[in-house]
Design a protein around this ligand. Sequence first.
Ligand SMILES: [Fe+2]
Ligand SMILES: [Fe+2]
Length: 129
Amino acid sequence: MKWQPEFATGDAGIDDQHKMLFETSDQFRRTLEAGEGHRTYDLFLDFLTAYCEMHFSIEEKCMFARKCPVATQNHHEHGLFLRLVEKETARFREDGFDAGSATKLVDTIDSWMESHICRIDVRLREVLA
Ligand SMILES: [Fe+2]
Ligand SMILES: [Fe+2]
């Protein structure tokens, strides 16, 4: 999935971070489709964990500082996403690579990103204007 202009938040740094997640997820999806997912899945999961820590913290600070009306909801949804990544990371460490689980994760990232950015993150526009 690609970043779309309607995902713009009004903060170029935050938009760049969203673009980075779409690009990395797309890249991993191509690796997965080429049957090579097992080679880089651990790196992809590490990226997701580091990305969540960095991006969620920056975006939440920005929303709370500007009293964005969805700041609390943003924090809550980030927590749910982070738990999903943690759960899959724990499953991977226990049982190893599984193409079905990896596909499910990238599908979930795409649908979560689209839904979350369009409903929540874009509301930064109201307070950044
Ligand atoms: Fe967010
Ligand atoms: Fe975001």
